[in-house]
Design a binder for this molecule. Structure first.
Ligand SMILES: O=C(O)[C@@H](CO)OP(=O)(O)O
Ligand SMILES: [Mn+2]
Ligand SMILES: [Mn+2]
Length: 576
């Protein structure tokens, strides 16, 4: 059935207000203590939203099943968070879809697996991805099952190219993950399969860049994985990780690239003609660039030197618009009819409404233009993820996506303010220009600096994000607009690993164990602004709302009712 794109008018809320949607990345709500950087930081603007209007501030769930993850032990992340915010419904996410495909064995019946299988007889199967149990981009237990399944189905020679984590899991945990993998591979070897780790590097320095921020990162990975060349050569991956971690100021996230070499010093697993490659991350953003390098014939981002003729499949298809990669083992969630698409379609005057009698109505709907801003490290979050893992515009004449370049080649604790002011000023200008109905931004500070584990810097980051919110809210005030401020998941509000009772855990040397990852905490949603109808308040009948309830809320603020299958709106309008 054709989608009915026309949204009903909201019975009480007007159209034509400028709505600022602000997503604070990694900004959860947690008990106030010294490891809660949001609490420690001066955040007068966010504090006033919380304390100033209790009926216009509330918490929503941003992790686990509320955002389509396998269980409530799964922390939230940007992909699932922004997907839910934009799509207004909860879709079973990559992590969960891969789990079921592996459990049922369906993964091995699919086109993707059968395609790579053609290489098993004469070629090598290469698995490339993030080695941890973080569950944000990938999961070790899925890799273990895939290794088993592929070897039982004929893979004779297997090479794993690992990326160490330390961002979704504790720093230093990489050694344990490598040991577990080595153990599995040695069991395969006992069965006569030639299986080894071939190369590695830290996720933030090797391969897993995103949004084309720094192609040098992908090149470092390419050189090690495909060409078998790296500045560091080791006989084993455990030795590699232990040795490289011993260098002062290195950590799992930033390990330099290395290759594993044999007795004669030759790399054990370069990728060559006839091989199969699987990138086993289910999450898209940090695999898209490598997918392009592996798949595109026309490619000018760096000199690939040698482009092997391979059979390549992603764990999932990473970009639904570019259809990248062409082959994949598991179908991605089909996130369609996102709020962005609806809103754009309801602003396009010539939209082909099937019911001809409604054509007049279609003509008087205002022109809706969105503006989305963030710096490069988070740019795609409010476009790509928001739009259901789809790159590009729905309607270029009605949307403008602008990116503020991030600093590259630094860890963000060095510049914790990042480009928050620049992002906020661009948003401010867009709001004041009167050309846009929705101005959507992501402020990355709490998250990006939170991931460095540097508590002092994260406090500075939170203050900077709060100042940026002020710039945006001041502009909303000037134009008589509306704001909705929220977050995609927690991070900066808890920087320490805790026991069940909530007490900080200490390591062997008595130091606190720093938490670089996201959290399970809920996030705030605050609404307000002079344009907000005075009767609007949060409903009290939705007991455990999540991020997916935000989309219908935003549609209401634009004067529309949300589609019936969207998660319910958070707001109601009292008559007064
Ligand atoms: O940096 C990333 O890739 C993830 C953590 O793995 O963070 P976020 O989900 O906030 O983008
Ligand atoms: Mn995030
Ligand atoms: Mn993050």
């Amino acid at each position: 059935m054709a989608t009915a794109w026309t949204l009903p008018d909201h019975p009480k809320l007007p159209k034509g207000k400028t709505v600022a949607v602000v997503v604070l990345d990694g900004w959860g709500e947690a008990n106030p203590d010294e490891y809660n950087c949001i609490h420690v930081a001066q955040t007068p603007v966010m504090d006033s939203l919380k304390n100033g209007a209790p009926e216009k501030w509330r918490l929503v769930k941003a992790h686990g099943t509320a955002v389509g993850l396998p269980s409530d032990d799964d922390m939230g992340n940007s992909e699932v968070g922004h997907n839910a915010l934009g799509a207004g419904r909860i879709f079973a996410q990559g992590a969960k879809l891969v789990d079921s495909a592996l459990a049922s064995g369906k993964i091995y019946d699919g086109e993707g697996f059968n395609y790579i299988k053609e290489s098993f007889e004469n070629g090598t199967l290469h698995l490339i991805g993030l080695l941890s149990d973080g569950g944000v981009h990938s999961r070790l237990d899925q890799v273990q099952l895939l290794l088993k399944g592929a070897s039982e189905r004929g893979a004779k020679r297997i090479r794993v190219h690992i990326l160490t984590d330390g961002r979704d899991v504790l720093d230093g945990s990489s050694i344990g993950f490598v040991e577990t993998l080595e153990n599995d591979l040695s069991q395969l070897r006992e069965k006569g399969i030639d299986a080894q780790i071939a190369s590695g590097g830290g996720r933030m320095y090797v391969t897993m860049d995103r949004y084309e921020n720094d192609w040098g990162v992908v090149k470092r990975g390419w050189d090690a994985q495909v060409l078998g060349e790296a500045p560091h050569k080791f006989k084993s991956a455990v030795e590699a990780v232990k040795t490289l971690r011993a260098v002062p100021d290195t950590n799992d996230q930033y390990l330099p690239p290395f290759v594993i070499v044999d007795e004669s010093g030759n790399a054990v697993g370069p990728i060559v003609d006839g091989d199969a490659v699987v990138t086993f991350n289910f999450r898209a953003d940090r695999m898209v660039m490598l997918a392009k390098a592996l798949e595109y014939a026309d490619f000018d981002k760096f000199d690939r030197v040698r482009v092997p003729k391979i059979r390549y499949a992603g764990m999932l298809q990473y970009d639904g618009e570019l259809l990248l990669p062409k082959r994949y083992l598991v179908s991605p969630p089909e996130i369609e009819r996102t709020s962005g698409e609806y809103l754009v379609k309801n602003g396009v005057r010539t939209f082909a409404c099937r019911q001809v009698t409604h054509s007049f109505y279609m003509f008087i709907i205002f022109v809706l233009i969105h503006e989305h801003r963030s710096e490069t490290v988070k740019f795609g979050h409010v476009t790509f993820f928001w739009n259901g893992n789809r790159s590009g515009y729905f309607d270029e004449s009605k949307e403008e996506y602008v990116e503020v370049p991030s600093d590259s080649g630094i860890t963000f604790n060095v510049k914790p303010k990042m480009k928050a002011v620049e992002i906020a000023e661009k948003a401010r200008d867009a709001i004041l220009s009167g050309k846009f109905d929705q101005v959507r931004v992501n402020l990355p500070n709490g998250d990006m600096v939170g991931h460095t584990g540097d508590i002092e810097a994260t406090v500075v980051a939170c203050k900077a994000a709060d100042e940026a919110v002020k710039i945006i809210l001041d502009a909303v005030e000037q134009v008589g607009g509306i704001y909705l401020v929220t977050a995609d998941h927690g991070n900066a509000e808890d920087m320490v690993k805790r026991n069940k009772a909530g007490k900080p855990l200490l390591d062997k040397s008595g130091a606190i164990q720093i938490l670089t990852s996201h959290t399970l905490q809920p996030v705030p949603v605050a609404i307000g602004g002079p344009g907000l109808h005075p009767g609007v308040k949060f409903r009290s009948d939705i007991e455990t709302p999540g991020l997916a309830n935000v989309a219908a809320t935003v549609m209401n603020l634009h004067g529309f009712e949300a589609p019936a299958d969207y998660e319910p709106t958070l707001i109601e309008v009292a008559d007064n």
